[in-house]
Design a protein around this ligand. Sequence first.
Ligand code: 1HE
Length: 272
Amino acid sequence: MIIEGQNDVSDHNDTQLVTFEMRGDVALVGLNRPAKRNAISDRFVNEIEVNVRRARDTARAAVLFGHGPHFCAGLDLGEHVKKSPMEGVQNSRRWHEVFSQIEFGPIPWFAALHGAVVGGGLELAAATQVRIADESTFFALPEGQRGIFVGGGGSVRIARLTGVARMADMMLTGRSVDATLGERWNMVQYVVPKGEALETAIELAEQAATNSSFSNYAVINALPRINQMAADDGLFVESFVSSFAATTPEAEARLNDFLQRGKGKVKAPGQT
Ligand code: 1HE
């Protein structure tokens, strides 16, 4: 695989921190600071944003992965230690701004995880819609040991994914969670053999890329919002989203494809 800009040098200022490649309709966005375990600096956040927008403008689905031995070691602690409280707030708000573009954008994001998915790395992964971990993956929130707190959206996204009690346990005790437990705890939807997360994520993203773009938009943007509403409000909003979806030309063509040609028949798991 040719990854544009892949580079294993640690010099922060000279390295392209995020790689971008198109595979058909799928954008592959790679965290590329392996010498520092993909620790996220201010410049790194900016490059993530540039490439999230590039994916949004050119792809129908995207995969986020990490170059090197780990997905991501979270916040760049070396840079963070020098920040004032106000700079810390602004830094956290900037992470929120960028990660929200993944969470509530027009295209679905699939995170391919391996090795450490730690602190801000887990916060970043939690902003994607689907997470695939290989068996080498481990999750941790060492903020407690570092004397800091999550700031990249974790108290909302991770807590909602896995529950406050589990997140508090991880933060208070420094507990490290493996891929299997991570799946049981709802942090990932898939666990695959070591080294297979990226290819699996690409296959899933390719599948999602064939969906109607309006349906994908509704899944990404309506589903999590409805989930936060009172049940009756959610049901009301659902009726409008589903009614609008059915009026799109894509929906009409796809419904007719099934009704007239049997296209897209649902298969049992494992059926080819
Ligand atoms: C780093 C960072 C980092 C590695 N910031 N430089 N995150 C953490 O507290 C995780 C800290 N990192 C680790 O626990 C380990 O590095 C790992 C388990 C992720 C990987 O271990 P390993 O043995 O593969 O690598 P290493 O030898 O520990 O690290 C290689 C280099 O990366 C080394 O630098 P070098 O110059 O000595 O080679 C490390 O210092 C450097 N490095 N992680 C800066 N995070 C918005 S709020 C979010 C809050 C958080 O994310 S808190 C969690 C921060």
